[in-house]
Ligand binder design. Sequence first.
Ligand SMILES: [Zn+2]
Ligand SMILES: [Zn+2]
Ligand SMILES: [Zn+2]
Ligand SMILES: [Zn+2]
Ligand SMILES: [Zn+2]
Ligand SMILES: [Zn+2]
Ligand SMILES: [Zn+2]
Ligand SMILES: [Zn+2]
Length: 287
Amino acid sequence: MTECNPFDSSSDEEESNNTDSEVYARVSEICWSQCHFMNIIGIQCSDICLDFLNCCSRHRCSYICDGSQCKNVVSCRHKWYCVEHGQMCRCQYVSDEQQCQNTIYYHIYATGSTFCIQHKCCVVECHQKIGLNDRHLCFNHYKQLYFCEYINDHGGKCINIIDNPFVEVFSPSQMSGDIKCKMNKFCQTHVCKVYGCYKCIRNDQTLWCDKHSLPCQYQLDGQQCSCFYHNSVQYKNRYCDKHQCHWNPSGYDDERCLDAISLGDESNDYCEKHYKQFIFTKYEYYS
Ligand SMILES: [Zn+2]
Ligand SMILES: [Zn+2]
Ligand SMILES: [Zn+2]
Ligand SMILES: [Zn+2]
Ligand SMILES: [Zn+2]
Ligand SMILES: [Zn+2]
Ligand SMILES: [Zn+2]
Ligand SMILES: [Zn+2]
């Protein structure tokens, strides 16, 4: 039952019977009726309402015009709105010649949005419809994104977005100390891992650009390894991670043994000298 009790009106009528006809006429104007809303299978809402409204509070059109709420009953085709305002507040998105059936909450519609939440650009203040992209962005916001330009050996183009398309480059030789900006064209995965280098990696298996990587010198049966190693100024290695001896008691990269793993024995991770040491320490004591 609603806040309006229909039985109250009968007592009003009784009272009015005792007064003059003028008052009776006025009181009888305040009568109650059933909400006029009909659902999609024709069943009428059972709530009672003041008949100058025709509808209960749930089924009153939510559109606000000149500061007051529309008095019409909502249409089951336009949730929250009467037929007239449902057309206005209906999402304007059209796909396959079908207009979207969703209506837009008045408070969102009032901000200028004519597209429902499914069809609106996900940039909060943007009211444009989504474009043909998988990022829920309008054409213009999508165009503003920067995509990684890396293309792998099989011609596959990276589809990642670059989070930092503009990077600051500082050159110590510039005494003025002014910081210059340059374009970064590659995503986190495909940018060279040398700090401050914004070139792309050599290939999917290498973490560094052409300048910062060199081919591994390891050879087995006349075949040279196809991997690359980090070409660093301080660190004079010649082999990829797999083929460089793994002896490194200190754990610091620049203290790792620079020799290749012992030739002919792919099963060990150490150069000849360190393999002996490794085996010796392994069996040094009963654990
Ligand atoms: Zn109702
Ligand atoms: Zn309305
Ligand atoms: Zn829509
Ligand atoms: Zn947008
Ligand atoms: Zn990429
Ligand atoms: Zn590099
Ligand atoms: Zn190698
Ligand atoms: Zn070694």
